[in-house]
Design a protein around this ligand. Structure first.
Ligand code: AMP
Length: 510
């Protein structure tokens, strides 16, 4: 029985040692090499840290970093990728939240770390890998390990102020990986094109499925996502078969009509999450890669990657204003809706908060009991024994067929002119208009105005005319603001904060 993600790595290193486990533009590591490096790094780390200690890793998104992650795991610890591009203050606050004793980085980053105020020990991965493998030390840590031990912590994007570190254990990742690979048919021959940064949990769906089946993970350089031709060349040259990407990343290719340049024909699986996938963009992908499997994946980091999935049928005709369901729950998870009185919502059309129960739940927020207790709560439907439930903060509804739909974030539900409105609903209608590429609606509460930001060729007058056919008057944005491109956060979601800041700046300067 798999109890530790190292079981995946060891099994692949035994069955296909010379197979490429991960590579990027410069480096390539076989499964045997990753295991070898991880054991050495782990042996060095276990001299520094007790079991289950955090190992912050301040390194780039590159294949080598995965060796370091596995080193932390060999030492019986858990890793956190700290993105080097973050402001020093934020890095400092992540390290403080972790109460980190060490920080693993590469030598060339030494000066940057001084600015973060970190007072712990700085370890260089180049040195750690020189350490001799300590067989006895490693074995001892493994014997003391439990599958409920933490594997990684991922820090949320910070729109909430202080960073929260979502800690996820081995068991949750193993459980997810087993179902994910079986349901979507991952195989050793797969070549996974890794888009997600390693401090975003979409990357977990690249790393562990690859490791379980012995597939290759191609770590796509971040910079390629602003140069679609290079991105398409990369996917084609490396014969990538599988994409699990943020919605915005897929939209980069469709917005720029990238497939006119090249279609990477080896792609056979395209999965997406993080935001609502505009059907217009999905249809573009389906047109050029009609044989591929397309899957809408839904869920927050706190429930380990995703809790529901929806497969789009090959022959399914999707109109541009259709919305995709988020589908059914992954096995071993229970996903349901609760209304404001914490009663189960069963009927079609009524909104409820999406709640999740099961092994998939994260352990909580690291060293933040208060925030953990707010959202990881006793299932109010269960009065008999302790059963943790996660409140996603997302509102969903069922349709007449019983399919679950994501509607909006709870915080995006507004009260405007006396009406309760979901900004997501306005966005769906707005997005479906011809001549509109990407949209985002934000409520300017102090001025009681809905602002419709968009990329596209239409002017406000025409948008209003066409939206009037789809939405009640009170849902039509009061202001339309055309932007050249939609800013995205590094997690690949539309950056609402930056949109609003730019808008306000422009207003101030006339
Ligand atoms: P993160 O924890 O960064 O993965 O963000 C999770 C949030 O992204 C969810 O709570 C939803 O609000 C949103 N989200 C994730 N997947 C989808 C999806 N398939 N459709 C719509 N929204 C999504």
């Amino acid at each position: 029985m798999v109890q530790n993600v190292l079981d995946y790595l060891e099994a692949s290193a035994a069955s296909c040692p010379q197979k490429t486990a991960c590579e990027d533009l410069e480096d390539s590591y076989t499964y045997a090499e990753v295991l070898h490096n991880a054991r050495r790094i782990g042996s060095a780390l276990l001299e520094e840290l007790p079991q289950n200690a955090p190992v912050p890793v301040l390194m780039e998104k590159e294949a080598w970093t995965l060796n370091v992650f596995m080193g932390a795991v060999c030492a019986g610890c858990f890793y956190t990728l700290v993105e080097p591009e973050l402001p020093a203050e934020r890095i400092g606050s992540i390290l403080e939240t972790l109460n980190a004793q060490v920080l693993v980085t590469s030598r060339r980053r030494e000066r940057q770390i001084q600015k973060t105020g970190f007072t712990g020990k700085i370890l260089f991965a180049e040195d750690l890998v020189q350490h001799e493998a300590d067989e006895r030390g490693l074995a001892k840590r493994r014997t003391h390990a439990c599958d409920t031990d933490p594997l990684y912590a991922i820090f949320t994007s910070g729109s909430t102020g202080a960073p929260k570190g979502v800690v996820v254990c081995h068991r949750s990742v193993i459980d997810f990986t087993e179902h994910f690979t079986a349901i979507f048919g991952f195989e050793r021959e797969d070549v996974i094109g890794g888009q997600a940064p390693f401090d975003f949990d979409v990357s977990v769906k690249d790393i562990y499925p690859a490791m379980k089946v012995g597939a290759t993970l191609e770590v796509i350089p971040k910079k390629f996502f602003s140069v679609p031709k290079k991105l398409l060349d990369f996917l084609d040259d490396r014969k990538v078969t599988s994409l699990t990407w943020a919605v915005s990343a897929l939209c980069i290719i469709s917005m720029l009509k990238g497939f006119r340049y090249k279609v990477p024909s080896s792609i056979r699986r395209v999965m997406f999450s993080g935001e609502v996938m505009p059907v217009k963009h999905l249809n573009y992908w389906r047109e050029y890669l009609p044989e591929a499997l397309y899957v809408n994946l839904y869920g927050p980091t706190e429930i380990t990657c995703n809790c529901t999935y929806y497969r789009i049928d090959k022959d399914q005709v999707l109109s541009e204003d259709a919305q995709l369901p988020v589908g059914e729950a992954f096995p071993n998870e229970r996903v349901f809706l609760l209304d404001e009185e914490d009663q189960l919502v069963r009927e079609a059309g009524r909104l409820g908060e999406i709640c999740v129960v099961g092994t998939a739940l994260a352990l909580g927020y690291y060293r933040n009991e208060e925030k953990t207790r707010q959202v990881f709560v006793q299932n109010p439907l269960n009065k008999c024994y302790p059963e943790l439930m996660y409140r996603t903060g997302d509102l969903g509804r069922y349709d007449e067929q019983g399919d679950l739909y994501y509607v909006t974030r709870k915080d995006f539900q507004i009260k405007h002119m006396g009406h309760r409105i979901e900004l997501g609903e306005i966005e769906a209608a707005f997005q479906s208009l011809q001549g509109i590429e990407r949209v985002c609606c934000i409520y300017d509460e102090p001025n009681t105005k809905i602002i419709g930001f968009y990329v596209g060729t239409l002017e406000a007058k025409e948008i209003i005319r066409r939206l009037t056919e789809k939405l009640p008057r009170f849902m039509i944005p009061n202001i339309f603001h055309k932007v050249e491109y939609m800013p995205v956060t590094k997690n690949g979601k539309i950056d609402r904060k930056s949109l609003m800041e730019d808008y306000q700046k422009q207003q101030r300067h006339g």
